[in-house]
Write a protein that binds this ligand. Sequence first.
Ligand code: UDP
Length: 284
Amino acid sequence: MDPRGLRRRSGLAAGKVLAFTPRMTRPDGRQHDELRPISFVPNVAAHATGSALVSFGDTRVICSATIEEDVPRWMRAQKVEGGWLTAEYSMLPYSTLDRKPRDISRGKLDGRSSEIQRLIGRALRAVVDLKKIGQRTVWIDCDVLQADGGTRTASITGGCVAMAIAFNKLFAEGKLKDFPIRKLVAAVSAGVYQGVPVLDLNYPEDKDASVDFNVVMTETLDFVEVQGSGEEAVFSSDEMTAMLELSRKGVSEIVSKQKAAILTADRAAPADLASLAAAFGGKV
Ligand code: UDP
């Protein structure tokens, strides 16, 4: 395909990646560089060490961090210092438009879920000093209540909040000498929708996007992981630069919300029905 044709479609001139006014309307009326409303309800799971319900628009994920006072057998066998962090991800059957059978009923873990939970684990381990957590395992559980695109990026973002709340609790109890998180980590999607690079795709956009990127970054905007692919399409380096720039903007906005949620979590009461209902846009 003629790369100039692709650039014409996206309205991107070389070297002017963000200096254009896209002529396209997003399904929910957002600007091309606008995130969905993002919020966190901390302390939603009383028995987890830390937890948060994260919303990226209509995508909702319960993320929890549970600390186990033990390490995996391979760590003990290899005498590896410190602890471990691992993640599990799953979509509730009613989180999707068409009911998604539970893995247990199908007898095997969905390949997609397996790929996503490994991504969540890698993203969080990138910012944690495992030597500082002692002989412990941190379990990050991400359960999708409602899926509308970007469940993996919401899981990483909410998983980081749940993990920070959990470590703060351990630190306050004197179980940790140093705070083990070096930097916060967050993730967001970007893609090319109707020829235009856009930030934080919802499901109708994700379904029709020609390019889909999931970008994981630290609070200082260093990359942890970038997953990008053309869906029966290709993308130019200008488009890729535009998607990465959009992601940087998105992550910097998300990180300030993460910080606010973590800072207020120890003062927040366990989430009650009213705050959960508010996160769903309803009333009780
Ligand atoms: N989806 C679905 N059923 C599935 C997998 C995905 O309905 O089994 C929808 C859901 O809305 C999800 C979206 O497709 O958020 C995009 O899925 P993708 O695999 O790209 O992951 P995500 O964007 O959620 O990280």
